[in-house]
Write a protein that binds this ligand. Structure first.
Ligand SMILES: [Zn+2]
Length: 165
């Protein structure tokens, strides 16, 4: 284990030399929360012109509004200045382009063990799932009507965000 993180710790020391966020509060200064995929092609802040301090970011495979995402959004809306919520799945997402069986087969190949017991929550219809997810936020009893909730698709090849809802 020792050594595995050396490059990152060295980079962190350089980062801390010019650290400008000291004493900064934890609210979302632009009033924005973004739920998006863990995909490394997505830079959720910069793709909407924001910077650290501006937004709450919640990520998971597929960018789904899970119970944990709702928990984060309720806290964001009531305690952290969130007024706008963007739900942002993306094109060429592994969660939407593989079936459950395909993902299991790929992970099984990597682990060399049976993974049939594990569920990956693949997405059959990305636009339908987005509608469901936006509705989950909008109709949540602890998310007031003053909060704007939008559903978008991010194109990882063009960098463009398209609003669907
Ligand atoms: Zn994805």
């Amino acid at each position: 284990m020792s050594g595995a993180f050396d490059d990152l710790l060295a980079a962190n020391r350089r980062f801390a030399e010019n650290f400008a966020l000291s004493g900064f509060d934890g609210v979302a200064h632009a009033g924005v929360a973004i739920v998006t995929c863990m995909d490394s092609r997505i830079d959720p802040l910069r793709l909407v012109g924001l910077e650290p301090g501006d937004a709450k970011i919640f990520r998971n495979p597929g960018g789904r509004v899970t119970d944990a995402a709702l928990e984060a959004l309720v806290l964001g809306v009531h305690l952290l200045n969130v007024e706008r919520v963007l739900v942002v799945p993306h094109t060429r997402c592994a969660m939407a382009t593989n079936t459950e069986e395909e993902l299991r087969a790929r992970v099984a190949e990597s682990t060399g063990t049976d993974v049939s017991w594990h569920r990956f929550h693949v997405i059959d219809d990305q636009v339908a799932a987005l509608g469901e997810d936006v509705r989950r936020v909008r109709t949540h009893p602890l998310v007031p009507d003053r909060v704007a909730v939008g559903g978008f698709l991010y194109d990882v090849d063009t960098g463009l965000l398209t609003q669907h809802l």
